[in-house]
Write a protein that binds this ligand. Structure first.
Ligand code: MLT
Ligand code: ZN
Length: 477
């Protein structure tokens, strides 16, 4: 990457205060994420303490033509915070904007700065007798700002939606350094274009979110999960329908777990293996409510067994068993359990219309078997949302080279399958650089053109996360 001029950085550091501009070893924690991915060589990290500091940084960068890549907890999956290589840039960390500004149980909201972690939000909501529903494995590191930027989802989307559904208002610094305070706490507001929704999922290309009003939901004092061994993917639709109807509104997670990932997590992380059923796939589901859910879960399992939708099941009877099941789920990502090989692998964040999930998973598996027989292929994740993380990766050193020789061919073949099924390549991880050049066929040129025009309105000089998210104009022409 190219660093801004020394004088620019010296003046910026003087205005923002000590510890605000980091380079070299001091910047490493921001430059490399937990999976070992780097945002670029020798980045300049700027860490303002407050909104005024963010605004000042953006204003100065615009004047000097310096590109700004905003960073939250550095847990992104789509290379959305890689620094441009062809122009001066800074990594703008929101880590020091880490204050919970207010918890308002009577409004059912919380107002927090962008650098607060998802777990801190969940805990503050719980302390006030409420719940912040979005949740995923990186909860302890991922921040509100990054989650808003990517419209993150996770395990509870099936009931509560993704970030888009859980943010009522935002404050953002715009490309000219102006601060837009759109932190409204309204559940309904039909006054014109929803600018907040434009910023959510915009991956730092339209503005830098500095704080947000988050929606809270009723606490669910009673929660119980079960792991169901299923006879095959073909039962998924019927099992999901049964779960939704018999849980009477309390179904808050419906996740797919493959046997191969469970075994790997048990081996690597020492979790207890919950079931030994010999089936390829399992469904992990959770019911949560303000009143006991045990009878509903028992009835659901009984009905599922009667209809041959499961071959075996285990119910978490204690908090430890509950933690074991969800610990397995949190670690099921190859990012956690196939460290070393996951860098080479093909990882998908696909969503498909709900009625076609099984067809999609088997479609990917048969393409992988034909094109990349040396690789392991499995799907896991948020199957109740139609959001399946398919993974194809080598799992031993000898397979790496032959796999790399066919990876692009398989990628193109799977992308084509996703588009043909009216799916999306990104359900919750964003586009970043990873998908930018693959995403074009998913939308018409007209739709991309409208996005380019919106980008030009918000960021006429193109300083905000340049080169990310938007494919080049008219990608399908
Ligand atoms: C998950 O569902 O585990 C996350 O999206 C992370 C991942 O896909 O690796
Ligand atoms: Zn996920």
């Amino acid at each position: 990457m190219t660093a801004p001029a020394d004088l620019f950085l010296t003046e910026l550091a003087a205005v923002l205060g000590s510890g605000s501009v980091l380079r070299g070893d001091d910047a490493t924690g921001y430059a490399v994420d937990g999976r070992g991915y780097s945002v670029g060589d020798d980045p300049v990290v700027v860490r303002p303490r407050d909104v005024a500091g963010v605004a000042e940084t953006v204003r100065r960068c615009r004047e000097a033509g310096v590109a700004i890549v905003a960073q939250g907890g550095n847990t992104g999956m789509s290379h959305g915070t890689m620094l441009p290589v062809d122009r001066p840039s800074i990594l703008l960390s929101l880590a020091r904007l880490d204050q919970i500004l207010s918890v308002d149980p009577d409004r059912w909201t919380m107002t927090v700065q962008a650098g607060v972690t998802i777990q801190a939000v969940q805990e503050a909501a719980a302390a006030a007798g409420r719940r912040f529903a979005p949740d995923w494995g990186a909860r302890g590191t991922a921040t509100v700002g990054g989650a808003i930027a990517t419209d993150a989802g996770g395990n509870n989307v099936v009931r509560y939606g993704n970030m888009r559904d859980n943010v009522l208002g935002v404050e953002a610094v715009l490309a000219d350094g102006a601060v837009w305070d759109g932190r409204r706490a309204l559940r309904k507001d039909s006054t014109g274009y929803d600018l907040k929704q434009l910023l959510i999922g915009s991956e730092g290309t339209l503005g830098v979110v500095t704080s947000a009003v988050l929606k809270l939901v009723p606490a669910t004092a009673h929660q119980q999960s079960a792991l169901l061994a299923i006879p095959g993917l073909a039962v998924l639709s019927e099992l999901f329908e049964l779960a939704q109807t018999s849980a009477a509104g309390s179904l808050s997670a419906f996740e797919l777990l493959p046997d191969v990932a469970i075994d790997r997590v048990v081996e690597v992380f020492g979790h207890a293996k919950p079931l030994d059923s010999g089936t390829d796939y399992f469904v992990l589901l959770t019911l949560a409510s303000s009143e006991t859910v045990e009878p509903r879960l028992a009835a659901l399992l009984e009905a599922a067994a009667k209809r041959d939708l499961l071959v075996d099941a285990v119910v978490a009877g204690t908090p430890e068993q509950e933690a074991n099941l969800w610990g397995i789920r949190d670690h099921a990502s190859p990012t956690a359990c196939f460290v070393g090989f996951q860098h080479h692998g093909l990882k998908l964040d696909t969503a498909i219309p709900l009625d076609r999930v099984a067809e999609f998973v088997t479609g990917v598996q048969s393409r992988a078997a034909a094109i990349a027989p040396m690789a392991l292929c499995y799907g896991f994740g948020h199957v109740g949302d139609g959001n399946i993380h398919m993974m194809v990766l080598p799992t031993d050193d000898d397979s790496v080279e032959p796999w790399l020789a066919v990876r692009d061919e398989l990628t193109a073949s799977i992308d084509e399958l996703v588009f043909s099924m009216a799916g999306t390549l990104s359900a919750e991880h964003g586009i970043g650089l990873l998908l930018r050049d693959r995403i074009g066929p998913q939308k018409s040129d007209l739709e991309w053109e409208l996005m380019h025009r919106i980008k030009a309105v918000f960021d006429p000089d193109g300083i905000l996360n340049p080169g990310k998210m938007l494919p080049p104009r008219a990608p399908n022409a």
